[in-house]
Design a protein around this ligand. Structure first.
Ligand SMILES: *[C@@H]1O[C@H](CO)[C@@H](O)[C@H](O)[C@H]1NC(C)=O
Length: 361
């Protein structure tokens, strides 16, 4: 069985647990803004298509206020509108369009080359997020979420100021939260400065560094929970995430074992070094809960990668040997898809307490 297929089945199990428990209540109008520019190779575009197909296949789509409607903008030098918010209501319909849509797969230095992120964002605001194209305006609890998936900054660079202006207008006028999934660029051009300007604030929560195209699909579970996060109101300055406000951010208690405290016997299955080191470097986010249902809505813990500043699950961090907040990982155990549980075991799961922190429901 191919890795892709295994991953997909894993996601289905995850999605099933996520929706059939009745716990996830996450109404959102979600626009995926997908870069199909020439700097992305054909094999990598295929990986993007796989990711998109899986993603649209597992979201709880539908017109109910608690469900997700999906729109999509593709862009290179031009923009394309394969899906509007009111185009479909079934996962298979979305998946079929994604499978068939023209992603400019063949390498071609032709007339479509370019990265007009500015145009894509203008279309997102003026075409996609419009009532006549399916935007739901009757219920303010339905979140607006824009996810830009790109490998590089606006090209030609002369259009970059338009991109920043369009992103800001999009965030302020529509109230949408803007995520940026930043993919590696073939020519090693660093788009991070522009991406930081596009993403909602605090940037660390909305700019997600994806280290390779193959890493897109494993991001689906955390993305599903991220969609449910209520955006903070627009702030100009990038402020460090607060520790006590309603944004449901908690920082782990400092654990400073005294010199006489005996080291716990290492568990044989614990990844090397995971339980040692600078615990406090991990910021922990209860990332998932829509305010109207805080009970259980997916994975509650996300970490800021200290190197990339991107958002990662505890398990990704553990795998990379970066996250040392063992308690958090053990508390987030329930949200790890079954097939990873053996691989990531670092100790018995800890109970998750919902009282005491987070947004009041
Ligand atoms: C995928 O993208 C990365 C970064 O842009 C590049 O280095 C790599 O060669 C690409 N892979 C393939 C198979 O084209």
């Amino acid at each position: 069985m191919s890795l892709h297929l295994k991953m997909y089945i894993g996601l289905l199990v995850f999605a099933w647990a996520f929706t059939k428990s009745g716990a996830q209540e996450c109404g959102a109008d979600l626009i995926l803004v997908v870069d199909i520019s020439c700097s992305i190779t054909s094999p990598n575009k295929t990986l993007m298509r796989d990711f998109l197909e899986d993603f649209v296949g597992v979201l709880d789509v539908g017109t109910d206020d608690s469900q997700i409607q999906l729109g999509m903008v593709l862009f290179d030098k031009f923009t394309y509108h394969p899906i509007y918010l009111n185009s479909f209501t079934k996962n298979e319909e979305y998946a079929e369009v994604v499978r068939e849509m023209d992603m400019h797969i063949e390498p071609n230095k032709g007339p479509r080359c370019g990265t007009r992120t500015d145009k894509a964002l203008v279309d997102t605001m003026n075409v996609m997020l419009k009532e006549e194209n399916g935007l739901r305006t009757h219920n303010p609890n339905i979140l607006k979420v824009v996810m830009v998936i790109t490998d590089g900054a606006t090209f030609p660079a002369s259009a970059a100021p338009k991109t920043k202006a369009a992103a800001k207008e999009l965030r302020i006028v529509t109230g949408a939260s803007v995520y940026v999934l930043s993919l590696p660029n073939k020519n090693n051009i660093d788009g991070s400065k522009e991406f930081r300007a596009l993403a909602s604030k605090p940037v660390a929560n909305y700019l997600i560094d994806v280290s390779s195209f193959a890493d897109l699909t494993p991001l689906i579970p955390p993305l599903m929970t991220a969609i449910c996060v209520i955006p903070e109101s627009e702030v100009e300055e990038i402020t460090p995430p607060p520790t006590t406000t309603a944004k449901a951010v908690i920082v782990p208690e400092p654990v400073t074992p005294g010199p006489t405290t005996p080291r716990p016997t290492p568990r044989p299955t614990a990844p090397q070094g995971l339980c040692e080191g600078p615990r406090l470097k991990c910021q922990v986010f209860m990332s998932a809960c829509p305010h109207h249902n805080r009970q259980c809505c997916g994975c509650h813990f996300m970490f800021i990668d200290p190197d990339t500043k991107g958002l990662k699950t505890p398990f990704q961090m553990a795998r990379e040997g970066k996250c040392l907040c063992e308690d958090c990982i053990r508390k987030a155990w329930f949200c790890l898809p079954k097939q990873y549980k053996a691989q990531y075991y670092i100790g018995p799961p800890l109970p998750l307490k919902f009282g005491g922190y987070g947004r009041k429901g």
